[in-house]
Design a protein around this ligand. Structure first.
Ligand code: NAG
Ligand code: NAG
Ligand code: NAG
Ligand code: NAG
Ligand code: FE2
Length: 437
């Protein structure tokens, strides 16, 4: 009876199974894409009373400050009340209000308030706009190791996104890092609002540090010639705090980790603003203060999936920046764009190199476009693990020398640790000191 049931289950699955090819050890039957969740969320939008804060999310703003961002459909005060015990929001801070237009869409009031200085590793309670509004809370990251990052790209807003977010919410992470492709609104601006509502439970509770992907460009020739309008208005990152002139690339430091967030769809050639900024930013890194150095970018520079091969944002950006990244002894480069998971060994110029970064593609958040399931055959030697399944990554850094990377697959509604590797920081490997590219 059991066998029969199992057999029927396999039969009913068969139509939906994708085979990744060239990868034997993971006999996992990949389920089909799940539906987009915007309908129930749009219903919620219709219940909006106009001045209640919605789409609340937080991000680091320099050392010991937090940026609180939220939207109200109508005009409302631009103030955050906060404190370290529930109900006692004794401190307050004011900020700025922005709005943007996109074709016939006019956004709500976008509020950004920076609060601080805050104590590390401490829970804060806060209210946006009104002392009587819903109280949220967040925990500030620790000032020392250990620290845990949740990393996930190409999130979207489907049933799979929901599953991924559920798993991340149980991981006790300190900071979420998103290598681009957030809402998959794809020109329909209300889908940015539904995305903001979907991620609010997590994004209001831990800092979310994001960079942008191709789905954030949203430029339409003649009709809307500006790029990244919605992204830049809704997801303001600490670029001024890191001496960058653009919200599209910036860096931040937390508990001994320096993280550089790059823009795949912004000039990166030598001489460009971004190139000069990365060069200056990497030059300023003090590995005694931040022994770990991480880079995050949307389009992967190393990729053995058939999806997105040969694109300029990957090939040309790698050509322009790989020497800088290698010369700075970056420990790991995280990317999205390809809707699958892949981990490379340490590489430089397509060859294994003990002093190069580990390249990881983590574009498997669960967006509506589904998985990228075709891989190049044979698997390149420098590709250590690859699989087209939804999931997320966790990078737990224990101290100046040891970090543990784990990829968690959504299997289907359960999170299963499916790839794991210890990394040693390059700052701690003397053979990698003083080598220049
Ligand atoms: C901050 O915002 C509140 C509410 O809008 C307002 O009453 C207060 O005057 C503002 N404070 C400053 C310094 O702008
Ligand atoms: C998200 O997943 C949880 C747990 O599986 C479920 O209870 C909830 O209804 C889902 N939310 C949506 C919007 O589908
Ligand atoms: C920004 O530039 C100023 C002036 O050059 C410098 O003092 C400061 O340390 C820089 N900060 C960061 C985070 O790069
Ligand atoms: C760093 O953490 C790793 C993993 O927990 C441990 O094995 C190692 O001894 C630690 N190193 C130091 C210097 O504490
Ligand atoms: Fe993408």
């Amino acid at each position: 009876m059991l066998i029969m049931k199992g057999f029927l289950a396999v039969l009913s699955f068969a139509a939906a199974v994708y085979y990744s090819g060239g990868f034997g050890s993971a006999a996992y039957k990949r389920p089909p894409p799940r539906e987009t969740l915007f309908r129930p969320l749009l219903d919620a939008l219709e219940d909006d009373d106009g001045t209640s804060p919605q789409q609340v999310h937080i991000s680091l703003s320099g050392e010991n400050n937090m940026r609180i961002s939220w939207i109200t459909s109508d005009s409302s005060p631009d103030v955050v009340y906060y404190g370290t015990s529930p109900g006692a929001n004794t401190r307050s801070a004011n900020g700025t209000i922005d709005r943007y237009d996109y074709l016939t869409y006019v956004s709500g009031e976008i509020h950004n308030v920076i609060i601080g200085p805050l104590t590390p590793d401490t829970v804060y309670y806060y209210r946006c706009g009104w002392i009587s509004s819903t109280e949220f809370n967040f925990k500030t990251p620790p000032s020392q190791f250990p620290i845990k990052f949740a990393i996930i790209g190409d999130l979207g807003q489907t049933g799979w996104t929901n599953s991924t977010l559920q798993h991340i919410s149980k991981s006790n992470y300190d900071i979420l890092v998103l290598p681009g492709d957030l809402s998959y609104a794809d020109f329909i601006q209300r889908l940015w609002d539904t995305f903001g509502r979907l991620v609010q439970p997590l994004a209001s509770n831990r800092p979310w540090m994001v960079t942008q992907g191709n789905h954030e460009i949203e430029e339409i020739p003649i009709l809307h010639s500006e790029s990244f309008t919605s992204y830049n208005a809704r997801w303001v990152m600490p670029y001024k705090e890191s001496n960058s002139s653009s919200n599209l690339y910036y860096s931040f430091e937390v508990a001994g980790v320096h993280v550089v967030m790059l823009g795949s769809y912004t000039d990166f050639e030598p001489g460009s603003d971004q190139y000069r900024w990365v060069q200056a930013d990497l030059n300023m890194v003090d590995r005694r203060k931040t022994p770990w150095l991480i880079v995050v970018v949307h389009a992967p520079w190393y990729n053995s999936n058939e999806a997105h091969q040969g694109e300029s944002e990957s090939v040309d950006m790698k050509k322009a920046l790989e020497d800088l990244i290698y010369g700075a002894r970056v420990d790991a480069v995280f990317a999205g764009h390809v809707h699958a998971y892949e981990r490379f060994v340490r590489v430089y110029k397509d060859k294994a190199d003990a002093c190069g970064p580990v390249y990881i593609t983590i574009g498997d958040g669960g967006n509506r476009e589904g998985l990228a399931s075709k891989y190049m055959d044979p698997q390149p030697k420098i590709s250590a693990f690859r699989e087209a399944s939804f999931g997320h990554g966790q990078f737990e850094i224990f101290n100046a020398t040891h970090g543990l990377w784990t990829w968690h697959r959504n299997d289907d509604d359960i999170s299963v640790a499916s790839d794991q590797i210890w990394l040693k920081s390059l700052a701690s490997i003397s053979a990698c000191h003083d080598i220049t590219a």
